[in-house]
Design a protein around this ligand. Structure first.
Ligand code: MBD
Ligand code: FE
Length: 286
């Protein structure tokens, strides 16, 4: 496995890093080994039928078909299957799999999560460079169960830096930069000091960027802070928090913004921002 630091900042470098990461953490088919043949048949057939219907409806040509083939081959070469799926497909999955929750539902995970980030106490400063640029952000919160009782749990946090870059997916950053695992005590409380990330542009020099340019779309996601919140006996909540006023809150390329994920940062006299955001976790269904 090549590491990102052998590479240039490019779509293929971040794409292949995301593909390698996926293979390491989630790449097996084991989790669906008991899926009945009828369900595979139904899902595959309905997706293919939707493709056939699009071809008939719009009289798709051979040059267009060959462009699709070339594009899919390039998507693989660039390692951008995780990026493509997480940007344009994951939001629908997230919607159907969290609809039952009474507590926080969250939003998509995206391609840049890395497990086992450094463990920090309940009063945490995110790993960052001494000269890390960006406005300071201090986030206070509590994890509780649906019935209001506090939970000893974990808040895993990861986000881009002031240049919109994620550690382990762009060269030249410390491995765990702006990635951490914050634990709460029995009172469920945590406090996280970090920097406020900038809007994020998905890589434009690979296959996903080619699609965006050809379709006249844009590549922007609003600034966001990713989280995974967990506690024993409760459903894991994966999501992202957003900042009011971001120009891309209303047209996120990944369709992952929800009003309940909007922060309310309060500017402080020293130029930093303070914010409170709490989590309510659903007990696992018995
Ligand atoms: C990201 O940082 C992200 O959160 C998503 C969903 C897709 C690409 C990059
Ligand atoms: Fe992200």
């Amino acid at each position: 496995m090549t590491t990102i630091d052998d590479s240039e900042l490019s779509a293929a470098a971040s794409g292949n890093a995301a593909s390698d990461r996926f293979a390491l953490d989630k790449g097996g088919f084991d989790s669906v080994k008991n899926t009945p043949v009828e369900r595979v048949d139904m899902l595959a057939r309905e997706v293919l039928t939707a493709v056939h219907e699009t071809i008939r409806k719009h009289q798709v040509t051979y040059p267009e078909y060959n462009a699709l083939k070339a594009w899919l081959i390039k998507l693989g070469h660039d390692g951008e299957w995780p990026l493509f799926l997480d940007v344009w497909v994951e939001h629908a999955l997230e919607e159907v799999t969290t609809a039952h929750r009474k507590g926080n539902k969250g939003t998509i995970e995206g391609p840049y999560y890395v497990p086992n980030a450094p463990e920090l106490g309940p009063d945490a400063t995110m790993p960052m460079r001494e000269d890390e640029r960006g406005d300071r952000l201090v986030w206070d919160g509590t994890i509780t169960s649906l019935d209001g009782s506090p939970l000893a749990g974990k808040v895993e946090v990861w986000h881009a830096d002031d240049d919109g870059l994620y550690s382990q997916y762009a060269p030249g950053l410390p491995v765990w930069n702006l990635r951490g695992t914050v634990s709460t005590g029995p009172d469920g409380k945590f406090k996280i000091s970090t920097i406020r990330p900038q809007p994020y542009m998905i890589p434009t020099d690979g296959a996903c960027g080619q699609l965006i340019a050809a379709a006249g779309w844009h590549a922007w996601r609003p600034a966001h802070v990713h989280f995974k919140v967990s506690a024993p006996g409760h459903e894991l909540v994966t999501g992202q928090l957003y900042f009011p006023g971001d120009p891309h809150n209303a047209d996120d390329v990944a369709c992952a913004v929800k009003p309940e994920l909007m922060l309310d940062p309060k500017p402080q006299p020293d130029g930093s921002y303070m914010v409170i955001y709490d989590f309510v976790l659903d007990p696992v269904r018995g």
